[in-house]
Design a binder for this molecule. Sequence first.
Ligand code: NAD
Ligand code: IPM
Ligand code: MN
Length: 365
Amino acid sequence: MLTFHPVEHQKQARKRIAVIPGDGIGKEVIPQAVKVMQASGATLDFTEFDWGADRYLRDQTTVPPDGFAMLARDFDAILVGAFGDPRVKSNIHAKEILLGMRFKMDLYANVRPVRLLDAALCPLKGVEPKDVDFVVVRENTEGVYTDAGGVFKQGTPDEIATQEDINTRKGVERIIRYAFEYCKAHQKHDGSPRTKVLMCDKSNAMTHAGELWQRTFKEVSAEYTQITSQHMYVDALCMQMIRDPRQFDVIVTNNMFGDIITDLAAGLQGGLGMAASGNIHPGRTGMFEPVHGSAPPIAGKNVANPFGAILTAAMMLRHLEFTNEADKIEAAVLEAVRQGKTTEDIGGKLGTREAGEWIARNMSS
Ligand code: NAD
Ligand code: IPM
Ligand code: MN
């Protein structure tokens, strides 16, 4: 049975947080998120890990032996920055660390809330905060991300490369069920109930996987008679997302479509610097990370927007039932946006550190 509480902890007990800033702007935004959590009064103990490109280039370690078991055993949640460094062309460390956590810890639900804080942040005209308040529930452990496939006759004119799309009944069913349970258990920010789950696929072209998703969605949705079920092809959904984002509530989709549509959705919120996410398996140690990457061109310049990471920290605190602290952080970010106390990507004049400090100083108690 799904539950949205990690249950085996007592509310407000000290929580152990593993912090993995990673590469590029991850190393700048995560310290701000940590600072804000400390200022929020949440009782947390942080342990930082140096997993990322620098470590990999130094000693070839991506994840130390027993790393994932250690995270699951010794921590209540994990806060991650981003992975990706031009010096590591293969991107092997990102694959082993980031996808490693998602896959090996079986964090099957990638929950990506899409919320507009202020009309000024949305590139669409006439769109208000109340119009953009939906959640993408992305399957996080299979699809084209399993790296199944191979190459044959590499480097010859007859070269073949295959990339397989793995969809299991178990994987598809549990993510669809998660989306319905999420819809049942969560309200919109204006206090109204969530009422719709939309499954997004490409079953008109990808017929084998599509049929499994379609059939499973139909079966699971029949158990949730209070919730409206809908379907859209992913291409049409992209168009609808910018034509009329008001129509969306909970979207469930596969790994790759979820990746793509959440960057598009980040655009509705003010860009990648504003988007938060959680990688969740109910009852287990979850991993929380901003949607953005390591942004090498802007790294080290104190210009990256830390709000995506800070909102991710709030999401993590809410998951750990630090509800009051999460509310305070989100309220302060909203106020910062309203007052223009932000980085330049969303129109302000502050640096990464200064924007983080503003949030840390301006949380009401
Ligand atoms: P990216 O998200 O790093 O950057 C895309 C664009 O958004 C860039 O213009 C960047 O400057 C801007 N941007 C991103 N975050 C921002 C922030 N906080 N503030 C202001 N602007 C921000 O995506 P990319 O350029 O496609 O990828 C760069 C590297 O990051 C690659 O190695 C990629 O594989 C990796 N990546 C990692 C993750 C992750 O670890 N979760 C996610 C996405 C990309
Ligand atoms: C994300 C990223 C990752 C993904 C990359 C870095 C593998 O884009 O978290 O959205 O595709 O899942
Ligand atoms: Mn992505």
